[in-house]
Write a protein that binds this ligand. Structure first.
Ligand code: DNO
Ligand code: MN
Length: 344
């Protein structure tokens, strides 16, 4: 397993030097954030990013994420052009040494929370999802860090209706088409494509969401018969509902060699479908982190792993979910479990 850390580029208050000082860190996962969704990522920009990371003695082999344009997800407008651009971006990334691309197929909204700075009992701040608050939100006015903010409220409203019209089956068809198109290129370039599950893994605001549960992950895997077509298995996204058994999913898709990237974080499941993101430490949340790591170790997982969201602790300011301190604690905790399980 290669332990990595998400880094948001030069604007990230967490520096590459900070990350390098976390024991056991082999590299970062990053992206280019100022290229409009759908455009080709130029080789020079990618190479500059890779060079910068290398100068700090870290690897950059995973991109999180190359976003998928809404026209592709809706199979309308300029979707074929955007798919061709996506293929070119895969080729350019491969040429710069990238081995794994994380992406998601969530309509309009990436991860969704009701609050990004909820104060927990111990005074730390965490991302939370309270069902009753989410139901009160006006989705056209909602924006969260990391989301594509280029749509006006009117456009968001129009997108929501378009997704409601195609429904789950329409979204599956469009995903299948996208996969058929891009996978031959990814295979030729020897790049692993790793879809991130929907977060949370259920429909919100009446919009379909499909990368949500074992049945749907099976259906996703069956879309292309090649191991380059695989998953980012995010314990916190899939694990915020008791219906998903994370260690079982890791064992299943690990045995099939379809997990390329492991996101590991803990989450505290509340009644009524609400949840709070918690420290990685098992007793702080609902997930059995030792069992999760045991599943990775026992299936011989050799891919990339990273601690996922952390809380904001010790007065740190910065990107919600992506501070230095709590994620570094998470990395050390996961590394400790791995060593203990491997008996070294
Ligand atoms: C949540 C995070 C996500 C993820 C994107 C990947 O668990 O890992 O924000 O980065 O959805 O496309
Ligand atoms: Mn994740």
């Amino acid at each position: 397993m290669k332990m990595t850390f998400r880094w948001y580029g030069q604007d990230d208050p967490v520096t590459l030097d900070n990350i390098r000082q976390i024991p056991n860190m082999t590299g970062v996962v990053s992206a280019i954030y100022d290229i409009p969704v759908g455009q080709v990522w130029p080789i020079e920009r990618i190479q500059a990013l890779v060079d910068e990371v290398h100068q700090h003695h870290l690897e950059l082999e995973v991109i999180e994420s190359v976003p998928v344009h809404e026209d592709i997800k809706l199979k309308r407008g300029h979707y074929q052009q955007y798919i061709d651009n996506y293929k070119q971006t895969i080729r350019n990334l491969a040429q710069c040494g990238i081995k794994c691309i994380c992406y998601n197929f969530m309509p309009v909204f990436d991860w969704t929370r009701s609050s990004i700075d909820h104060v927990l009992e111990d005074g730390s701040q965490a991302l939370v999802y309270y069902q009753d608050e989410v139901s009160q939100l006006d989705p056209t006015k909602l924006t969260l860090p990391g989301w594509d903010a280029s749509y006006t409220p009117q456009e968001v409203g129009e997108l929501i209706v378009a997704y409601q019209q195609i429904g789950e089956e329409g979204l599956w068809e469009n995903l299948a088409y996208f996969i058929q198109e891009i996978m031959p290129v990814a295979i030729e370039c020897d790049v692993n494509m790793a879809i991130h599950p929907d977060d949370p893994p259920w429909s919100i605001f009446g919009i379909p969401r499909i990368i949500t549960c074992e049945e749907n992950l099976d259906r996703f895997i069956s879309l292309y018969d090649d191991p380059h077509h695989g998953l980012t298995l995010c314990s916190g996204s899939l694990g915020c509902t008791v219906h998903n058994d994370i260690p079982a999913l890791i064992r299943k898709y690990g045995a099939q060699k379809r997990i390329h990237f492991a996101h590991v974080r803990n989450v505290k499941i509340l009644e009524d479908g609400s949840f709070e993101e918690s420290a990685h430490y098992a007793k702080c949340g609902s997930l059995d982190m030792v069992d999760i790591m045991r599943a990775y170790v026992e299936t011989g997982f050799e891919g990339y792993i990273r601690p996922d969201h952390g809380r904001m602790i010790w007065g740190e300011q910065g990107k919600p979910g992506y501070g230095l301190y709590d994620r570094a604690l998470g990395a050390m905790y996961l590394g400790g479990i791995i060593d203990a399980l491997k008996g070294k």
